[in-house]
Design a protein around this ligand. Structure first.
Ligand code: DGL
Length: 273
């Protein structure tokens, strides 16, 4: 049984998963966490399933070497491509992944028309097909991959004209179709909710799944009696496979506070400090 003060491991292709880490910090302020952004390989959205599985396995091994007691795949693309694979490779560790929030969207929409923003690999995955089959029967879904949006957010451009144009390309046609609910199916996208809301107005609900993912993590820890009852102070550490200064410069903007970022290297599918 992992000691309860071991960290929760969280990873994404880049800084997107920080939107989940932010929600986890709010709900579990005493828990230690390790965040890994695979910025050497971002974006994942256009990559093959096999590549994403290889990256996700290497990152999981690294997070387990850091004594992670649970792993959060804070990436819809990696969840779609690799969550089942990871559970098979690491049967003794609990994983929490992302799932496009079509279920809550179908429950709240009044027009029955819902926009879904996600990467190509997320839309192509069996997970999305299953979500649509289980929860999307009564609604009309309008999908868009927002080409270039992940890269804009990785640069910290949350409200530049270039970012606005990408979002308008996706959202204006959806507004014409009378959507009243938008599902953020990429963990990068919550960081541009203010810009999305400027474009779509106050009559369109935007669903960020991060708070419900954080609740799921907390439930799993409590069920496994792995919450941090040891009273030791928590630590939040950040790792990137690219330039640590770049991720560090974005933490105040994306997380609201500073943090220490360490660099790791990829060496033949293994992540090393
Ligand atoms: N933030 C990730 C997601 O939720 C991946 C985006 C990417 O690297 O293409 O899909």
């Amino acid at each position: 049984m992992k000691s309860s003060n071991d960290p929760i491991g969280v990873f994404d292709s880049g800084v997107g998963g920080l939107s989940v880490l932010r929600a986890m910090r709010e709900q579990m302020p005493n828990e230690s966490m390790i965040y890994f952004g695979d910025q050497f390989h971002v974006p994942y959205g256009l990559r093959s399933m096999k590549e994403i599985q290889k990256f996700s396995e290497g990152i999981t091994r690294f997070l387990l070497e850091q004594n992670s007691k649970l792993i959060v795949v804070a990436c819809n693309t990696a969840s779609a491509a690799a969550l089942k694979y990871l559970r098979g490779r690491f049967p003794d560790i609990s994983f929490v992944g992302m799932e496009p929030a079509v279920k809550p969207a179908a429950e709240i929409t009044k027009t029955g028309k819902v926009g879904v923003l996600a990467t190509p690999a997320t839309f192509q995955g069996a997970l999305y097909a299953s979500v649509v089959e289980r929860f999307g029967a009564e609604v009309e879904l309008f999908q868009h991959t927002c080409p270039g949006l992940v890269g804009q957010i990785e640069k910290g451009e949350l409200d530049s004209n270039a970012t606005r144009l990408i979002l308008e390309d996706a959202l204006l046609p959806m507004l014409k179709k009378k959507i009243d609910t938008i599902v953020l199916g990429c963990t990068h996208y919550p960081f541009v909710i203010p810009l999305i809301e400027q474009i779509v107005g106050e009559n369109v609900r935007v669903i960020d799944p991060a708070p419900s993912v954080a609740r799921q993590v907390n439930r799993l820890l409590e069920a496994g009696e792995k919450t941090n009852q040891m009273g030791e102070s928590f630590r939040v550490r950040f790792f990137t496979s690219a330039d640590p200064a770049s991720m560090k410069s974005l933490l105040p903007l994306l997380m609201g506070n500073d943090g220490e970022v360490s660099a790791v290297m990829w060496k033949s599918n293994q992540v090393t400090l």
